[in-house]
Design a protein around this ligand. Structure first.
Ligand code: PMP
Ligand code: GLN
Length: 382
C-alpha cells in the first residue's frame, strides 16, 4: 500500500469517487445512499448533541446501544446476547474487523474468505501478519463449491471470515454452506467471523446468522453496523457480538485503536434498532425496486448481469459489450458516458484477476431518477 515515494495508494472507492467528482459523472462506484435515513434516527442524534452527549462514551459502548443491539439480536434471530459482556460497539464494521483480526491472527495464521471479497479484508489480514486464503464465487450465481470450501480449511486456518449478505456480489449464502462453515471450524479448531452489514437489505432468500446455527455461537464473532440499515454510512457505528471471552479480546485491541467512538450517534442507532419491523421491510423493498431499475437499465445497455439477492450492488459483465478489460472500462466510463462503476478486480487478489477481468460493480442505493439517468447514459454508450 505504501509506495517507495511515501504515498499511499488510495482505495478503489476513494479513487472512483474522486473520478466522479472531477468528471461530474453519476457515482455508482462507492456504496453510499443519496438520501437520508429515518427521521427518528436523525432526530435522536440531534437531541443527543443538544443534550450534551458529546464526551467519551464508555469503552464497550453506551449501555443504551448495547442493550438495543442485544434486543435486536433476540428479536430478529432469537439469540440471547448479554449486553454487558457479549456486545462491543466499534467505529463501524471496519474497526470491528480490524480489531478482531489483530486480536486473533498471529504471524502465518491463515484467514479464509470467499472471493471476490471486500477490499479491507485482504489489507487487514496482511496487516495482522496473516495469510489470506480464498474460495472462489463465480459469476453469475456466485454459489460456493462445497468441496473447494472443505479443501481450503486446514489446521492452519485460524479464522473463517464469512460475509453474507455479500459485497460485491449481492449473494446471500445458503444455510447448508453456513452449516458446513461451522462444521469445518469445529473440525479444525478455527474461529468464525461474520460480516453482516447488509443483514436487513435482503430481497430474495433469508439471512441466516452463523451464530444461530447449532455449534455456531460458541466460536463466532458477528459483526454489523448501522451504516447500511439506517443510511448513515458516515456515522461509523458498528458492533461485535459473541461469547464474552472473544469479545473481551477484541475490546483489548479496540481500546488502543480508537478507544471509543461516536457518542451522540450511539443512542441514535439504538433508536433505529428499536424501529418497528415495518421500517426494515420497507427499506429493503425500496432498495429491491432500485435494484430492478438498474438491472433493467444495464440489460438494456447490453451488459450481462447477475441478479443480486441483497445489498447495494449489481455485478455486470462488460464483455457482452465488447469490453474485456474492466479496470480500463471503468477508468474510461466517466468520460465516455458520465457514469462511475468499480471493477470487480479490486475485490480479487492480483494473481487471480483473469476470471473477473470484465466484471464491473454498480451501486443501486441511489434515487430512482439517478438510476434512470445512469441507465439512459449507459444505453447511449458507443
Ligand atoms: N463490510 C462490508 C462488506 C461493507 O460493504 C462495508 C461498507 N461498505 C463495511 C464492511 C464497512 O462498514 P462500516 O462503514 O460500518 O465500517
Ligand atoms: N463499502 C462501500 C463499498 O463497498 C464503501 C466503503 C469504503 O469506501 N471503504 O463501496
Amino acid at each position: 500500500l505504501l509506495a517507495a515515494d511515501g504515498t499511499v495508494a488510495a482505495t478503489v472507492f476513494a479513487e472512483m469517487s474522486a473520478l466522479a467528482v472531477s468528471t461530474g459523472a453519476i457515482n455508482l462506484g462507492q456504496g453510499f445512499p443519496d438520501e437520508d435515513g429515518p427521521r427518528e434516527v436523525l432526530e435522536a442524534a440531534r437531541e443527543a448533541i443538544a443534550h450534551g452527549v458529546n464526551q467519551y462514551p464508555p469503552g464497550p459502548g453506551m449501555p443504551a446501544l448495547r442493550e438495543a443491539i442485544s434486543r435486536h439480536q433476540h428479536h430478529w434471530y432469537g439469540l440471547s446476547v448479554d449486553p454487558m459482556r457479549e456486545v462491543l460497539v466499534t467505529a463501524g464494521a471496519t474497526e470491528a474487523l480490524a480489531a478482531t483480526l489483530l486480536a486473533f491472527v498471529d504471524d502465518g495464521d491463515e484467514v479464509l474468505t470467499f472471493e471476490p471479497s471486500y477490499d479491507a479484508y485482504g489489507a487487514l489480514i496482511a496487516r495482522a501478519g496473516g495469510i489470506h486464503r480464498t474460495v472462489p464465487l463465480r459469476f453469475p450465481d456466485w454459489r460456493p463449491d462445497h468441496d473447494e470450501l472443505r479443501a481450503a480449511v486446514t489446521d492452519r486456518t485460524r479464522i473463517i471470515l464469512v460475509n453474507s449478505p455479500h459485497n460485491p456480489t449481492g449473494a446471500v449464502l445458503d444455510r447448508a454452506t453456513l452449516e458446513l462453515v461451522v462444521e469445518l471450524a469445529h473440525e479444525h479448531d478455527a474461529l468464525i467471523v461474520t460480516d453482516e452489514v447488509y443483514e436487513h437489505l435482503v430481497f430474495d432468500g433469508e439471512h441466516v446468522p452463523v451464530a444461530t446455527l447449532p455449534g455456531g455461537w460458541e466460536r463466532t464473532l458477528s459483526i454489523s453496523s448501522g451504516g447500511k440499515t439506517f443510511n448513515t454510512t458516515g456515522w461509523k457505528i458498528g458492533w461485535v457480538t459473541g461469547p464474552a471471552a472473544l469479545v473481551t479480546a477484541v475490546l483489548a485491541v479496540k481500546q488502543y485503536l480508537t478507544f471509543v467512538n461516536g457518542a451522540p450517534f450511539q443512542p441514535a442507532i439504538a433508536a433505529g434498532l428499536d424501529l418497528p419491523d415495518r421500517f426494515f421491510a420497507e427499506a429493503s423493498a425500496s432498495l429491491a425496486a432500485k435494484r430492478d431499475v438498474l438491472l433493467a437499465g444495464l440489460e438494456a445497455a447490453g451488459f450481462a448481469t447477475s441478479v443480486p439477492s441483497s445489498g447495494y450492488f449489481v455485478v455486470a459483465d462488460a464483455a457482452a459489450l465488447g469490453e474485456p478489460d474492466g479496470p480500463e472500462f471503468c477508468r474510461d466510463l466517466p468520460h465516455r458516458a458520465g457514469v462511475v462503476g468499480v471493477p470487480v478486480t479490486a475485490f480479487v487478489h492480483p494473481d487471480r484477476r483473469d476470471s473477473v477481468r470484465s466484471l464491473v460493480r454498480f451501486a443501486f442505493c441511489k434515487r430512482r431518477e439517478v438510476l434512470e439517468e445512469a441507465s439512459a447514459r449507459l444505453a447511449a454508450l458507443t
